[in-house]
Design a protein around this ligand. Structure first.
Ligand code: COA
Ligand code: AMP
Length: 634
């Protein structure tokens, strides 16, 4: 039966130009596009070629110019610093214009890169929007990454300026940023011309004369900068995400397609109209923060909340309900792990009764699969629809969702519902043949991808093609496996590569293995994601030591844990490892990580036919058993 969703979906697949063209008309353009979809350079599809616009203008100035300058644009709520602050569209526009002037005064021009390494403070969003205003390309680096990871990104993006802050606050812990930033700059070959540091009251960073500048000082005499028109196809940002090696992938987002698609999703998926209050409880360091704390709610003229806190401990498991009721949040978005954390502290959801949630209409979850327990608990306690939706850093917005603003389909636990308009999602086998409904295979998306998705990787077209387009010609490889049922519901089961998902954070086990392999006593290692009740998955390391090493294993493990923390960052949550005599491998030498993971997760497994030496599995069971993991083979 047809409905607003089916109509939109059909048109978006049959005639993408007829679908996206009119949506783009709702945005502001200095010059209209020549082509909605340009397929003249396959497989590099481009959207709105020839069009000129400005992302910051559409996020801020447009609303001021339309007479909505007094509407609240951004609410900053920080239980960790006991601060609350609100900015109207006019106020935020003025701050952003001034900071754009600051960046320009430091020589930043259209196309230059700016790295933003900041905690969850309004200045982080201002820095992003200021880059967009002058056509510079921002690259936000999550605060929980170590100096080494920051250095990798500096070397790849080669920023002219880095914007940072004196510290972040993690519940009760102060994370001092400047020494990490200094170490990263020391380590990298590419050096920024300047850094701009926002000094927070709880920590004053030492500034290196000539290179480091104080945000507040520069803002005092800043000359506001106007919006600079850019091509729709010019890059807006680079966001690095875990790949299969220690070298992260620089996902590029363009300006025009991003604006058009994101603005449309606010109503179609999240039910948000101009003036509504929307809250994405994530971090600006992740794609969710880019798309749904900063850009999409502002394109839509809604009010966005920037929350510096955690679901628990700031100060308690009622903090989410407090924010929802205090600001009349209509729909919110977070990761299932946040709800698991709340449920663990307040299993009966008693704290919910302390707040008026009558304005709250719908909860969206993503970042990892929503497990049925979390889904049912949230539905029951909040009494609103709970919508799992599936997407990736690369895609920038949801591939599959229950599009609440178009049509609500019955929720099936374990499924993010159906493909969102724009996405031709299919499941194929290794030879790229479609599989039957219900059969598991690789989840792929038929090209072209809709607007707002990655056009390439930063200065690396070859890696883009190789990583996403080569294996299944004509399709984008999501690197997720799963199935689609008879009714078109998509089920996303597992990654097909070595990416794991820790508390909704995407991490590469390969990158952790690269770090561990550098330990002088480690001959060989494997890292796998094992199940965790709170975080969904956590990494577990298996270490084989060099012959003759007689040191205490506990000391070696402690050093290994510290190495990952120092070289990747605390966000990796790498806390557990064990020493084993040998690793199970196939006869061709491939480590059987999947089998070890099944053992660790206490799942029944079959001894692989290709295993070189089956007796090793017994040893692995024993070692894992000693640290509280393990199962028996079937
Ligand atoms: N800067 C510095 N360090 C950070 C950081 C940041 N921005 N963010 C996290 N860290 C550190 C934490 O302090 C912690 O360090 P520790 O090992 O010293 O304790 C480590 O990185 C792991 O952090 P995290 O994964 O957040 O785990 P946690 O145990 O502190 O909290 C949750 C668990 C579930 C409460 C938290 O992950 C959460 O709220 N997640 C849901 C929301 C979300 O961020 N989703 C992202 C995608 S939507
Ligand atoms: P990221 O790039 O950090 O957003 O991580 C993307 C990956 O997280 C996806 O490829 C999936 O493996 C996983 N993921 C995100 N959302 C979901 C979801 N709703 N269901 C299942 N897996 C998800």
């Amino acid at each position: 039966m047809s409905n607003a969703y089916t109509d939109a979906y059909e048109l978006s697949i049959q005639n993408p130009e007829a679908f996206w063209g009119p949506i783009a008309e709702t945005c502001h353009w200095y010059k209209k596009w020549d082509k909605v979809l340009d397929d003249s350079n396959k497989p590099f599809y481009r959207w709105f070629t020839g069009g000129e616009m400005n992302t910051c203008y559409n996020a801020l100035d447009l609303h001021v110019d339309n007479g909505n300058g007094d509407r609240t644009a951004l609410i900053y709520d920080s239980p960790v610093t006991d601060t609350k602050q609100q900015y109207t569209y006019a106020e935020l526009r003025n701050e952003v214009a001034k900071f754009a002037g600051v960046l320009a005064s430091k020589g930043v021009e259209k196309g230059d890169r700016v790295i933003i390494y900041m905690p969850m403070i309004p200045e982080a969003a201002m820095a992003m929007l200021a880059c967009a205003r002058i056509g510079a390309v921002h690259s936000v680096v999550f605060g929980g990454f170590a100096a080494n990871e920051l250095a990798t990104r500096i070397n790849d993006a080669k920023p002219k300026v880095i914007v940072s802050a004196s510290c972040g606050i993690e519940v009760a812990k102060k994370i001092v940023y400047k020494p990490l930033l200094d170490a990263a700059i020391d380590m990298s070959e590419s050096k920024p011309d300047a850094t701009i540091i926002f000094q927070r009251p709880m920590e004053t960073a030492e500034l290196k004369p000539g290179r480091d500048f104080d945000w507040a000082e520069l803002m005092k005499d800043a000359v506001p900068h106007d919006c600079v028109p850019v091509m729709a196809t010019d890059p807006l940002y680079i966001l690095y995400t875990s790949g299969t090696t220690g070298q992260p992938k620089g996902v590029v987002r363009d300006n025009g397609g991003h604006m058009v698609a994101l603005k449309w999703t606010m109503k179609a998926i999240y039910t948000i109209d101009p003036g509504d209050v929307y809250w994405a409880a994530s971090d600006i360091g992740w794609v969710v923060g880019h798309s749904y704390i900063v850009y999409a709610p502002l394109f839509q003229g809604a009010t966005t909340i920037l929350f510096e806190g955690k679901p628990v401990g700031t100060p308690d498991a009622g903090t989410f309900w407090r924010v929802i009721s205090e600001y009349n949040v209509k729909s919110m978005f977070t990761a299932p792990t946040a709800f698991r954390a709340i449920k663990r502290e307040d299993p009966q959801g008693k704290l919910i009764a302390d707040y008026d949630l009558s304005k709250f209409e719908v909860l969206f979850l993503a970042g990892e699969r929503t497990d049925p327990d979390t889904l049912h608990w949230s539905e029951e306690k909040l009494n609103v629809p709970v919508i799992d939706h599936w997407w990736q850093t690369e895609t920038g917005w949801a591939i599959a969702a229950n599009c609440e603003g178009l049509h609500h389909f019955p929720v099936k636990a374990g499924s993010p519902t159906k493909a969102v308009p724009g996405w031709d999602v299919q499941v194929v086998d290794e030879a790229c043949n479609p599989v039957k409904a219900g059969d598991i295979g690789a989840i792929v998306v038929k090209l072209p991808l809709p607007p707002g998705t990655l056009p390439t990787l930063w200065q690396n077209d070859d890696r883009y093609v190789e990583a996403y387009l080569e294996e299944f010609p004509g399709y984008y490889k999501t690197a997720d496996a799963g199935y689609i049922d008879e009714e078109g519901y998509i089920y996303v089961m597992t990654r097909t590569d070595d990416i794991i998902n820790v508390a909704g954070h995407r991490l590469s086990t390969g990158a952790m293995e690269e770090v561990l392999a550098n330990h002088p006593d480690v001959a060989e290692c494997a890292v796998m994601g094992v199940e965790d009740q709170l975080k969904g998955q956590v990494p577990l390391g298996m270490l084989v030591l060099n012959a003759g090493v007689e040191r205490d294993h506990a000391d070696i493990i402690k050093e290994a844990v510290q190495m990952v923390r120092e070289q990747i960052g605390p966000v990796a949550a790498f806390k557990t490892a064990t020493v084993v005599k040998r690793l199970p491998k196939t006869r061709s030498g491939k480590i059987l990580r999947g089998t070890m993971r099944s053992i660790a997760d206490k799942k029944a497994y079959k001894t692989p036919a290709t295993i070189d030496d089956p007796t090793i599995l017994g040893e692995i069971e024993e070692s894992l058993g000693q640290i509280g993991y393990g199962a028996k083979a079937t």
